[in-house]
Design a protein around this ligand. Sequence first.
Ligand code: G6P
Length: 372
Amino acid sequence: SAAEKGGYDYFMLKEIAEQPKAVADTLLGRIDAAGDLSLDEVRIPAAELREVDKIVIVACGTAFHAGMIAKYAIEHWTRIPCETELASEFRYRDPILGPRTLVVAISQSGETMDTLMALRHAREQGARVLAVCNTNGSTIPRESDAVLYTHAGPEVAVASTKAFLTQLVACYLVALYLGQVRGTKWGDEVRAVIRELSEIATQVERVLETMEPVRELARSLADQDTVLFLGRHVGYPVALEGALKLKELAYMHAEGFAAGELKHGPIALIEDGVPVVVVVPSPRGRSVLHDKIVSNIQEIRARGARTIVIAERGDAGVAPYADHLIEVPATPTLLQPLVTTVPLQVFACELATARGNEVDQPRNLAKSVTVE
Ligand code: G6P
């Protein structure tokens, strides 16, 4: 009903708008004023967490993209080797696991069959399993050693939005908590991340306030067949997520690529007028990432691509190469997916509407895939 949708036309629009609150709720009470994390709910003894020598993240769909981003943060902050794998692949192979392996199973519903089977597979081999989940008492957290709940609230639209942002927040918290438990001495960089994470809801809110041009752009692209997405570093999973959203909702051919792979194939797809969405890392911090992607943008533009650039506000280095510029607030590099994903959700939702598709219930898809 209209009331359930809080005045929005679709649950997806409501859930996109709820993201600042979802993110704030997921942080609530978990970082104190001194920047220390309290995640007592993660009932894996500190002694065991200190012994962890490998982390494996398993998930499906959008949750898998959150897991891909988590890998960058976990390895950078904790120095614990981390891999992220599709649950459907992991469960049918012979992964190397043991009591010192921490498996993180990310799932909004807590009922996805492949993710559940992956965690059973892991536990049978003695690994500890931590669930990152949005649904209290669902099967995945019940069968895990511990759970960190995301507090996104119920997500109704099939395409995941607010659950994704809160999965990212939960993964950042897990990474920082592991570092804290293991006595890592944070430098200024991580201390700044903790501070900025505490305030990230405000940045997400700012993004939402500036989405009208993105909707206009989406409507102008309603007759396109293909949209490509490029990213580097944590912008790469964001590109994959942007493409997934467009497939799910707009039924368009959409593909995400790592910008560094352009010359290994994708650049052959560039022809006059192809829209390419590029997620640009901050020019501050790891500026090499930024400069590399600016040259990628020049390369595709020289071949006729119509560039849709998502960049940090005031990024003068990239602006001249953007046919359409979507600006997001400045954040530390590893947190940037929390702001760059939002325009991609709005973009896909608006394209779906413009193409006359059912936004909340896309054809052939289910909210929770409990069968194979
Ligand atoms: C389905 C949904 C996706 C979701 C995926 C994983 O495909 O349509 O939005 O990302 O399942 O779901 P989970 O509940 O495990 O996060």
